[in-house]
Design a protein around this ligand. Structure first.
Ligand code: GDP
Length: 304
């Protein structure tokens, strides 16, 4: 599956470490767990998350009276899926939220270069394939080339882009885009935003203004604020994510470039430490290289 091939680097990295561990240990003891912790931390699962996980594993190993290290692997997978699903989020919170009563507005936030434009293009393609009418809003009026780049993606997948000149007010672009979406009876409006992190305060103010325009024009909108994070930046991505989450009410994560990292465990760290669900993962540069996130597929893609 796509998940499996996209996770190849992470899988090779993890299974190499784990197989080596399973081969060297005869029984499941403290040293075994310590080494296991190291392997998971190296895979970017995140220190806090690893600690929690290993606590649970120890408990489960005792409860099931597991002696053979090889049998621990299945328990790790089970626990990872459980940890991912958690009990603070329901099944629906892992899916893109669609407004049943009309226009759905999705705002994309994240710093430059993480794959925001690409992800908007891929999601537009996916929604279009589902038969939805989609419109793009070129809300990054700051970065040179951002508007054109979004339009190129729009043309590629066959959806229109609402834009204004470079340097214009993003809130004005959003206002236009929402009016156009209403007039054209669009199902989903996907909005790009600026991602310059050099001036965090201004960026957050701008996002707030954009959100206000959207919610004034469409009650209940934006229905999603998706934060795009680059998986290859590892724990740095997590720090970025916290900044955005604290400033903008992020409802979900798009984790890009998972194909380019051997540290796919970052998915679990994000989920567990941000308490925000990963809704989509990017597994390549092409239109089809985006998958709705599924905990089982992911965990078994990582270990399978
Ligand atoms: P933006 O500045 O956040 O809008 O980033 P872009 O959408 O322009 O993406 C930056 C680069 O990352 C481009 O070269 C994309 O092709 C690449 N990219 C985006 N998503 C993925 C992904 O899931 N996998 C890989 N391998 N590359 C990606």
């Amino acid at each position: 599956s796509k998940f499996k091939s996209g996770l190849e680097k992470s899988r090779n990295n993890l299974t190499e470490g784990l197989n080596d561990l399973f081969a060297r240990y005869r029984k499941v003891d403290e040293d075994f767990f310590e080494e296991l912790e190291e392997i998971l931390i190296m895979a970017d699962v995140g220190v806090n998350t690893v600690m929690e996980l290993v606590e649970e594993l120890k408990f489960e190993v005792k409860r099931k009276n597991i002696q053979d290290p090889k049998e621990v692997q299945e328990v790790i997978s089970e626990k990872l899926v459980e940890l991912y699903k958690g009990n603070d989020l329901d099944d629906e919170s892992f899916e893109l939220k669609i407004n049943p009563d009309g226009l759905t507005v999705v705002l994309f936030v994240g710093v430059n270069g993480v794959g925001k434009t690409t992800s908007i293009g891929k999601i537009a393609h996916k929604l279009k394939q589902e038969g939805k009418k989609v419109l793009l809003a070129a809300g990054d009026t700051f970065r040179a080339g951002a508007i054109e780049q979004l339009e190129v993606w729009g043309d590629r997948v066959g959806v229109e882009t609402i834009k204004q000149a470079a340097g214009s007010d993003p809130a004005a672009v959003m206002y236009d885009a929402v009016q156009a979406a209403k007039a054209r009876k669009v199902d989903v409006l996907l909005c790009d935003t600026a991602g310059r992190l050099q001036n965090k305060v201004n960026l957050m103010k701008e996002l707030e203004k954009v959100k206000n325009v959207i919610s004034r024009e469409v009650p209940g909108a934006p229905h999603e604020v998706l934060l795009v994070i680059d998986a290859t930046t590892g724990q740095n991505g997590l720090v970025q994510a916290k900044t955005f989450r604290d400033a903008t009410n992020v409802s979900g994560i798009v984790l890009t470039k998972l194909d380019g990292t051997a540290k796919g465990g970052i998915v679990l760290a994000i989920r567990n430490e941000l308490k925000v669900p990963v809704k989509f993962v990017g597994l390549g540069e092409q239109m089809d290289d985006l998958q709705p996130f599924q905990a089982e597929q992911f965990v078994y893609g990582l270990f399978g």
